[in-house]
Design a binder for this molecule. Structure first.
Ligand SMILES: Cc1cc2nc3c(=O)[nH]c(=O)nc-3n(C[C@H](O)[C@H](O)[C@H](O)COP(=O)(O)O)c2cc1C
Ligand code: SF4
Ligand SMILES: [Zn+2]
Length: 410
């Protein structure tokens, strides 16, 4: 894929895909990160870096909160979240494989700034290559970098909710990787009751560059997929029009109908009206996913499969996930299948609004956002499905990936 980013502060500049940058070439390219953690916090504040794990929370605010609590009590813990449960995303895996040292620089800087004595990298358990790359990179650093503490690698189960931060903490503590109720929030009492900072690995890598005074906060990694010529990860300036991002994937195959922006907790857009919208400005980045759906596929059928998958991935501990999500998934599936009674759209709308904010984590909220965007953006098409049953494209094979594995929680 082509990259549409300016090279300064970009994570992928000069990277060779499928090749891991060694510590030596990493230091030759970027130099050593500065040793003053307070300067790093000030740089993050100036840069207004937002987290890249989905919610876009300001990084510096989390650092200050964790550092304040650590100063008053127990030493902090920092976790690099590389579990990447989002099926359409591959940016975190790519980054860990080709530039592990930038992520590990960010992790070290964060630990120094918040007063952490323990650091962890949480990576998908089936991803043996990434685990090997990280093991090697950590060994290189412990041997050659003064004062380097060895981060612990922890395997993430193949579950969508296993990457939610309280689930990550539970897994670190040796429990099942299921989200827990907040408060207490991780920044006050996280892993083993200690103040805990959880960051997505892209956020940490950007911190590695921002600490070296490179403008990285204005860039984002994006995984482009679906009906595109060459899918994959590209790096763009935040605010780049969606059309230009998709052009980096050499454009669309067929006639574009819909774009899913952000991932499975993201929102649907109508292709004909979305190409000029800025990604990360007009449309939230979410997990940095853009998936294009062409006219041979039906966004309602794609959403029905996604919501069925998300309902099956929940930790089944809270009402919205036990009752509402499966009911919404069934209702959407009914719209795309001739064999079932058609649901009432008002009910679908009401249920997807009622469940917001009712779970221990934001899993049901994310699914609800996706459904609400479908119902509003594709209102005429939903109406046609209600009146006439499934459309000609409903039976097409799934375009967007639905992982079949139902792993455990460890
Ligand atoms: C259901 C669910 C799944 C999540 N999965 C991931 C994930 O796979 N990777 C990730 O970095 N963040 C994930 N998050 C977000 C994390 O809870 C957390 O906000 C994030 O790791 C913080 O990093 P950031 O501040 O760098 O964005 C998920 C959140 C939810 C609600
Ligand atoms: S809201 Fe859903 S996914 Fe989150 S903890 Fe409750 S049951 Fe699990
Ligand atoms: Zn259809």
């Amino acid at each position: 894929m082509t990259t549409v980013a300016t090279p300064i502060g970009a994570l992928l500049t000069g990277a060779v895909s499928d090749a891991t940058e060694t510590l030596q070439s990493h230091l030759r390219r970027f130099g050593r990160p500065p040793a003053d953690p307070w300067r790093t916090i000030a740089s993050l504040e100036r840069a207004d870096l937002r987290g890249r794990g989905g919610a876009g929370f300001p990084a510096a605010r989390k650092w200050r909160a964790v550092a304040d609590h650590a100063a008053k009590g127990l030493p902090a813990v920092v976790i690099a979240n590389g579990s990447e449960g989002e099926p359409c995303s591959s940016k975190d895996r790519l980054l860990l494989r080709i530039r592990p040292h930038l992520v590990l620089d960010g992790l070290r800087l964060a630990a120094e700034a918040v007063g952490a004595t323990d650091t962890f990298v949480y990576v998908s358990h089936g991803d043996r290559d990434t685990l090997r790359v990280l093991r090697d990179a950590i060994n290189e650093r412990v041997q050659h970098l003064e004062g380097e503490r060895r981060p612990t690698l922890v395997a993430a189960p193949p579950r969508y909710v296993g990457g939610q931060e309280t689930a990550v903490i539970a897994r670190l503590e040796g429990k099942l990787a299921r989200p827990t109720y907040t408060p207490p929030f991780p920044f006050t009492q996280g892993a083993w009751g200690r103040p805990t900072l959880v960051h997505n690995v892209e956020t940490l890598a950007r911190i590695g560059l921002i600490a070296r005074d490179l403008d990285s906060a204005s860039l984002a990694l994006v995984t482009v997929s679906g009906a595109v010529v060459v899918g994959g990860v590209t790096e763009v300036v935040v605010g780049t029009p969606l059309g230009a991002v998709v052009q980096a994937a050499d454009g669309v195959i067929g006639t574009p109908l819909a774009v899913l922006a952000g991932g499975y907790f993201g929102r649907w857009l109508r292709a004909e009206t979305c190409w000029n919208l800025g990604f990360g400005t007009d449309v939230p980045l979410g997990a940095g996913v853009l998936a294009v759906v062409d006219s041979e596929h039906c966004p309602i059928a794609e959403t029905a499969r996604i919501v069925t998958y998300l309902a099956g991935e929940s930790a089944k501990q809270c009402g919205p996930c036990v009752n509402a999500l499966p009911a919404i998934a069934d209702a959407l599936t009914a719209l795309t299948s001739r064999r079932r009674a058609l649901p009432r759209v008002e009910l679908l709308q009401r249920r997807s609004q009622e469940l917001v904010g009712r779970g221990a984590c934001r899993h049901p909220d994310g699914a609800a956002l996706l459904v609400q965007s479908l119902l509003s953006v594709f209102e005429p098409e939903v109406g046609l499905h209600v009146r006439n049953g499934p459309c000609g494209a409903c039976g097409a094979p799934a375009l967007l990936p639905i992982p079949s594995s139902r792993g455990g929680w460890r």
